[in-house]
Design a protein around this ligand. Structure first.
Ligand code: FMN
Length: 343
């Protein structure tokens, strides 16, 4: 079996069909497997799960934080929100209603589960194993009105609204912001070092760690680590990223910005949940999504960006492009046993 085939087989295995039932019993490990299929910043999977009678806590794993790109851990808590959303849909498929609350005293999300005969597997649940951040160019086709409405509804949450931008003029302004963000980030040594530490240059490394950004998911060749480290300076340049992102944004049907009334841990969790719902709804409609967060991550760009969006005291927390394309290879995940707290 080739390394590409091994990579894709492992990714497929972690995304195997889940448990659906309605007999009042719960397979909590399956819920957690589905939760870990969520998006996370740099694929750090910065979560730990604690199983108790009737509750599952989704807690931050600060050993996986990214202090340069995410100094306030906002992306980390958004990632916990993404996992929370998946877990809720997986619980419904097993006949359970799940209520999720951010609990400041636990510094995490507490999901309370109760048997509910009306709960069932939804389209969003079915989409969990198919969702991915599709980081390639899209085909330029439009998304029609009824689908846009469904996406916008899915991206609405407690204190969260989704702003859709579809015009060419808006895309060009966004390209300008994303380009400035790429230049600021990729000319910053600390940012580059942190990013490189999460890049898995070859499939063997991606399979061994089960995390990080594997070249296979973004169409880059698998390279021996020593060679990759030698040529990374030539490959990972601001100019290349600026050009690639401009092509990718122009190829997309539109851009969605997730906007919040608040900017704290509870709001970051809600924003992650709204993105994950949006992406699951998109997946169910055969629409792809990929993040373009640079104007939000680069703190010197954010105020101007939020002003351009006409935000009045609100906060732009996440941004994705969306459109149509083939699926790309899927990313890896760590073993479920590595993320469950044992005591
Ligand atoms: C809060 C958050 C921020 C992210 N930021 C970016 C980003 O700026 N650029 C990008 O290409 N992907 C970004 N991602 C996507 C991750 O790279 C992706 O979720 C991860 O590699 C796992 O891949 P998957 O979502 O396809 O399963 C982000 C994800 C989350 C949850």
């Amino acid at each position: 079996m080739s390394l590409n085939e091994k990579h894709d087989k492992a990714a497929k295995n972690i995304r195997r069909p889940g448990t659906e039932r309605a007999d009042g019993t719960l397979d909590t490990k399956e819920l957690i497997r589905y939760a870990t299929l969520a998006a996370s910043s740099h694929n750090t999977q910065p979560w730990k799960f604690r199983i108790r009678q009737d509750t599952i806590s989704i807690l931050p794993d600060y050993s996986r934080r990214c202090p340069v790109v995410d100094p306030d851990d906002s992306h980390l808590f958004k990632s916990l929100g993404c996992a929370t959303e998946n877990l809720i849909h997986a619980a419904a498929a097993q006949g359970f209603f799940a209520n999720a609350q951010f609990d400041p005293s636990e510094d995490g999300v507490i999901v309370t589960l109760r048997s509910d005969p009306s709960a069932h597997a939804s389209d969003l649940y079915q989409a969990i194993t198919q969702r991915q951040c599709t980081k390639i160019s899209y085909d330029g086709s439009l998304v029609d009105e009824p689908e846009l409405k469904l996406l916008q509804e899915a991206g609405t949450g407690e204190g969260i609204r989704t702003l859709l931008m579809l015009s060419e003029a808006q895309k060009e302004t966004l390209i300008d912001y994303v380009s400035k963000g790429n230049t600021a980030q990729l000319t910053n040594k600390s940012f580059r070092d942190e990013l490189v530490s999460w890049i898995r240059f070859n499939h063997g490394e991606a399979l061994r760690t089960g995390d990080g950004l594997s070249g296979r998911t973004s169409g880059n060749p698998s390279l021996p680590s020593w060679l990759a480290k030698l040529i990374i300076g030539l490959v990972l340049t601001a100019k290349k990223q600026v050009d690639t992102d401009a092509i990718n944004i122009r190829s997309s049907a539109g851009i969605a910005v997730f906007i919040s009334t608040r900017n704290d841990k509870a709001a970051w969790v809600e924003a992650g949940r709204a993105y994950q719902r949006f992406a699951l709804q998109a997946t169910a409609l055969n629409i792809r999504t990929a993040f373009i967060n640079q104007p939000i991550e680069v703190l010197t760009l954010r105020p101007g960006f939020e002003k351009w969006l006409n935000l009045n005291g609100e906060h732009a927390l996440l941004m994705v492009r969306f459109g149509h394309s083939q699926l790309a290879p899927f990313s890896q995940r760590r073993s479920i046993d590595d993320v469950i707290i044992k005591h």
